[in-house]
Design a protein around this ligand. Structure first.
Ligand code: SAM
Length: 266
């Protein structure tokens, strides 16, 4: 087999390749793959994480956008005939196509940081076919995903992620574990979609709207942010103090606001 060409990391694809084997082992231990499970990796790159997983599951789907990496990946993982490489944009990929009747999919990835937030929103819209997700992200994004009411980073991303999933920040990874080294710390997050939703809305777009409106100015009160949408009577019907700042509301409060707005035709 011919030797693959060396590959210069491409900034536009958010390429920072993991080279720290201790970190790779720790991530795989957190994922704890099992033989036969359906794992899909976003952005396998040259296969740093892929091999630790497919050597256990024996099959895997990977979605990679940079076509120049695919021959390198295939050479590095030539031992695994049941590796299916999708040359595709994960932002447009239909993850539901990978689910089988008896198995939900497990999603993993050291995500391209430039698109990690929209990619997570895309995946959350498929949360019903996903067993769990393990991602390497910028530490700040993990902190936002996992933030609780009252935390300084609690906001739209925290509420939407925690509407669908239990979110756990697992461990921090320093820049030196990557080539090239990013400027900031990274962290591993586990997101497990709820199989039985603790609370639900009938219109997810409405929840997104209500959360966006609520957080439009974090330093302002709910009364201010919801001006023209909810008045004092609405807040008393909801049992929510309108003089609070949005960061004080938990996911259930936003769900209640949304269901109230749907019911009232707001
Ligand atoms: N998993 C490898 C590792 O840990 O060394 C590479 C991680 S690198 C941070 C991100 C990877 O995602 C790159 O391989 C990049 O080409 C790929 N990528 C970037 N944008 C993508 C997209 N929209 N869809 C799928 N893969 C993408």
């Amino acid at each position: 087999m011919s030797k693959p060409q060396s590959h210069k990391a491409r900034k536009r694809f958010g390429q920072n390749f993991l080279h720290d084997h201790g970190v790779i082992r720790r991530i795989v231990a957190c994922i704890a793959p099992k033989k036969g499970q359906r794992v899909v990796e976003i952005g396998p790159g040259k296969g740093a994480l892929t091999e630790g997983i497919i050597s256990v599951t024996e099959r895997m789907d990977v979605v990679e956008l940079d076509r120049d990496l695919i021959p390198i990946l295939k050479v590095n993982l030539f031992r695994y005939p049941d590796l299916t490489v999708h040359e595709a944009d994960a932002m447009k990929f239909d993850f539901t196509s990978l689910k089988t009747d008896d198995q939900l999919i497990r999603v993993v990835g050291n995500l391209p940081y430039n698109i990690s937030t929209p990619l997570i929103f895309h995946l959350l819209s498929h949360a019903d076919v996903i067993a769990d997700m393990h991602f390497m992200l910028q530490k700040e994004v993990v902190d936002r995903l996992a933030a609780r009411p009252g935390d300084s980073l609690y906001g739209r991303l925290s509420v939407m992620a925690q509407y669908y999933c239990a979110v756990e920040s697992l461990f921090i990874v320093g820049p030196e574990s990557f080539d090239p080294a990013p400027k900031v710390d990274s962290a591993i997050v586990r997101m497990t979609p709820y199989k039985e939703a603790p609370y639900s809305v009938s219109d997810i777009k409405k929840l997104e709207d209500m959360v966006r409106i609520g957080f439009q100015q974090r330093r302002k009160t709910l009364r201010n942010n919801y001006k023209g949408v909810l008045d004092n009577d609405d807040f008393s019907a909801l049992g929510i103090d309108p003089s609070l700042r949005p960061e004080r509301l938990d996911v259930e409060d936003f769900v209640n606001i949304t269901n109230y707005a749907i019911q009232k035709g707001i």
